[in-house]
Design a protein around this ligand. Structure first.
Ligand code: PLP
Length: 410
């Protein structure tokens, strides 16, 4: 698919997503290929957030919990996210962070399989998910085993000792995508439960939680859902498990009647039992507004464009930088909405790109990563990014001392 600059421009003119790009605030001259880490700012968020601060909080004060429906935001925003991940209304809430939600779900799943003690995961999983499992293990006096296998060995490792399979659908480094439906089916066939982390899935392509018969899911909303830095996460509980109370973080908001102020804890009989404390109203209000843009398109259309963008990028980079090793699967249906390459000076390469207006990121030890948020990226930008990458690689422009200075966040 070697395309020239003119045909790329024509492609952009015919792109139905060009209209949606206008809904985002992206600085001029920046090619933003990091929407998989922190989504760009949807323009409508600022006014909604200002209203929530000045009108709602400022004028309604504590009445806002009722009159502005603050108390119902976890369910309201959760239902909007549910639509994007193939879940029924009332099965998903917005709450806390992904890390915390992993902990709640793992503890619940372990409790549901009292005769088993293995959490099975893979070495491609995001570290925080593994750390939370390790913390749970400590808390239970080491009675839990966290078993890690290579991503391609997960299926074979599913046996009758496994209580819960904990996987992230899209590998944060390589973009490799697991077959969620097949692995969930296999987990069930050995009596295990399946929890999926959708951090790199939600808002990037269609997800079918209900159809795949997934038991539990978690995910964050600041990546492809554009909810803003630190936006609250989500947690899904399949309808058949909703009255099963296993959340060990038994805060009052997960209580059946928080405002009865009982001395004892009685879990809510629905998904609200995954709530813990007071919802992050301002952050959830911003997220709620950021989801509006998804009403304008379908995830199928987003995926189609994501594939076109990533295929263009791969073919351009291969042509221009033949020595750069592709770390992502070549089959676009086997990867998420990102493309990664390996370079032993990857960190410096990314700094050189950022200085030239192309924002991607680096993941240790040698991954240079580019996310394709189809809502706001054009084909011209992808073409340009490949051109700039070529300049940097061909001219060793990354080889400057300042590009080796590591910041706290990479
Ligand atoms: C981004 C990401 C997280 C982040 O968790 P937080 O609790 O929001 O910091 C967790 N898991 C995966 C797979 C991620 O990609």
């Amino acid at each position: 698919m070697a395309l020239d600059a003119v045909s790329i421009e024509q492609k952009d003119r015919a792109d139905p997503f060009a209209r949606l790009r206008q809904l985002f605030s992206i600085p001029d001259g920046i090619i933003y290929l990091d929407g998989n880490s922190l989504g760009a700012l949807p323009k409508n968020v600022s006014a909604v957030l200002a209203d929530a601060v000045e009108e709602q909080w400022g004028k309604s004060l504590i009445k806002g919990w009722n009159c502005h429906g603050w108390i119902d935001l976890p369910g309201k925003v959760g239902n909007r996210i549910a639509k994007l991940v193939g879940a029924d209304e009332g099965t998903l809430i917005c709450a806390d962070s992904t890390s915390l939600n992993v902990f709640k779900i793992l503890a619940t799943a372990i409790k549901m399989r009292p005769d088993r003690n293995v959490i099975l995961s893979d070495t491609g999983n995001f570290p925080t998910d593994l750390y939370m499992a390790q913390g749970l293990k400590e808390l239970t006096g080491g009675n839990i085993e966290l078993r890690l296998v290579a991503p391609e060995e997960v299926e074979a490792a599913l046996d009758e000792t496994v209580a819960v399979l904990m996987l992230t659908e899209v590998d944060y480094r390589t973009g490799r995508k697991h077959n969620m439906k097949a692995l969930t089916e296999k987990a069930h066939s050995v009596g295990a439960l399946a929890m999926w982390d959708l951090c790199h899935s939600a808002g990037a392509f269609p997800v079918h939680l209900k159809e795949a018969k997934v038991d539990f899911a978690v995910g964050c909303s600041y990546k492809y859902l554009n909810g803003g830095p630190g936006a609250p996460a989500f947690v899904y509980v399949a309808p058949q498990h909703k009255s099963y109370s296993g959340n060990p973080l038994t805060g009052w908001m997960g209580h059946d009647a928080p405002f009865a102020f009982d001395l004892g804890y009685t879990p809510s009989a629905n998904t609200d039992q995954m709530r813990v404390g007071t919802p992050q109203v301002l952050a959830m209000t911003a997220l709620d507004a950021s989801l509006d843009v998804f009403d304008e398109t379908s995830l199928e259309a987003l995926q189609t464009k994501s594939i076109e963008l990533s295929e263009l990028f791969i073919s351009e980079v291969r042509r221009r930088c033949p020595n750069l090793e592709l770390a992502s699967p070549t089959d676009p249906l086997k990867r998420g909405s990102q493309v990664s390459f390996r370079h032993d000076q990857g960190y410096a390469v990314i700094q050189a790109l950022i200085e030239r207006g192309v924002i991607g990121d680096f993941r240790a030890p040698d991954i240079i990563r580019f996310g394709f948020a189809p809502l706001y990226l054009s084909f011209t930008e992808i073409f340009k990014a490949a051109e700039i990458l070529e300049e940097i690689i061909a001219g060793n422009l990354w080889d400057k001392p300042e590009y080796h200075q590591k910041s706290k966040v990479t």
